[in-house]
Design a protein. Structure first.
Length: 407
């Protein structure tokens, strides 16, 4: 798949991206991946530069459907959670009717931050500056003294036009996906293929609670975390315990150009408690899932894993060119799972994900080397990672072409 995709689909976009990077390297050494041929050392060091980080924010993260958080973070009506994402102050909340919404966390009066800490909205969302108030559906409902003392209306202040600024959002697999640019295709269309692939898991997912969430901060560019997650090539050396029963040769590639990529295994062993108990399975799964599990990255920043008895979601939050926060959440088929078994599952995945830290941080440090020329891909083993590279190149090339055309 990799060699065919390299030859068929990437050359024009990669060359365009290379020209925009000012890179004239164009080696065609045998065995060298197309991405490395055309990107060269400047592209390899992109994970270091604040200017490129900011450009990728617009081209890769704000223009499509990015993961923001999980709906379980606001479980009850009125729950509100302020989130800073890509420098944008956002507000995740569950309205009175139970719908999850995302707004820009600013008052329409003077741009004041509305909610500065997680809390329950008992009445209205009140701006602490001049007390303008909004409903949990985003409607502006009160503008005290806006027309002068005792005058709560004023000419030119139309409450129907001054509600909170909404952010397009969609909840799938409990992840709250957002489109900050506002012009991406509908989520159902953008991820139709992945939703069809995992249709069997399109059912209630029950977050395990406080013992089923954790956060890791890694000193690397967010794209390196994606690259590492997409492939199983590193399994024998980075995850030796996991490799004892789910071996490298048990894995297969998952490749959907321009959408997602990752890996699957044909050998999944359920986690058991001290007395041999396991989690209940999700209902009505096909026989494939008796032994299989799959792990994909939904571009750009959501890492997902599905198993017969639990699911996890990892939302990557890019904070700087060399710093990424990973928010990890685990889900089960029923809300009444055993706490001890949940704790064991969380501990196992934390152990596995922490094993990856030295790898992604090592690659980040390695990007400082002027001798690193972009590397080589294995045509047999690096297909899913290369697809992510190609997606980045295509999106960046299109973004820069549009910018140049507008000049």
């Amino acid at each position: 798949m990799l060699s065919k995709f390299c030859a068929r689909s990437t050359r024009s976009s990669l060359e365009l991206y290379r020209r925009h990077m000012g890179d004239t390297h164009d080696s065609h050494e045998p065995g060298r991946c197309a991405a490395a041929n055309h990107f060269g050392p400047r592209f390899a060091q992109c994970s270091l530069h604040p200017q490129v980080f900011d450009e990728e924010r617009d081209a890769l993260l704000m223009s499509g459907w990015s993961g923001l958080a999980v709906a379980s973070a606001v479980p009850e009506p009125g729950d509100a959670l302020p989130i800073s994402f890509l420098g944008q102050p956002l507000l995740l909340l569950r309205d009175r009717a139970g719908a999850v919404r995302v707004f820009h966390n600013i008052c329409r009066h003077r741009g004041m931050i509305l909610v500065d800490a997680p809390r329950k909205i008992e009445g209205a969302i009140r701006c602490p500056y001049h007390s303008w108030c909004y409903s949990t559906e985003g409607r502006l409902v009160s503008t005290p003294h806006v027309g002068g003392p005792g005058q709560n209306t004023a000419e030119g202040i139309d409450k129907s036009d001054l509600g909170l600024v909404p952010v397009r959002s969609h909840v799938w697999m409990d992840v709250v996906w957002i489109n900050l640019s506002g012009d991406a295709p509908a989520f159902e269309d953008a991820h139709a293929d992945l939703r069809a692939r995992w249709a069997e898991f399109d059912k209630p997912l029950y977050h395990g609670g406080a013992d089923s969430r954790f956060q890791l901060t890694v000193n690397c560019n967010w794209k390196l975390a994606v690259e590492n997650y997409c492939e199983s090539y590193h399994l024998p050396w980075v995850h030796p315990d996991l490799n004892t029963y789910s071996r490298l040769e048990d894995h297969y590639h998952i490749e959907a150009p321009g959408q997602y990529s990752g890996q699957g295994t044909q050998v999944y062993r359920q986690i058991e408690g001290d007395t041999g108990q396991a989690f209940p399975d999700f209902e009505n799964l096909t026989k494939k899932w008796d032994t299989a599990a799959e792990y994909i990255t939904a571009y750009p920043n959501v890492l997902l894993g599905v198993h017969r008895d639990h699911v996890f979601a990892i939302v990557l939050v890019p904070e700087a060119p060399g710093r990424t926060v990973e928010n990890i959440h685990l889900y089960y088929a029923r809300p009444d799972t055993a706490p001890a078994l949940r704790a064991r599952t969380t501990a196992l995945w934390k152990y596995v994900f922490k094993e990856d830290i030295f790898v992604v941080e090592g690659m980040q440090r390695g990007r400082h080397a002027t001798g690193f020329d972009g590397g080589r891909f294995s045509p047999a083993m690096d297909g899913p990672t290369h697809l992510f590279h190609a997606w980045v190149a295509d999106r960046m090339a299109a973004h820069r072409s549009q910018a140049h055309a507008a000049e």
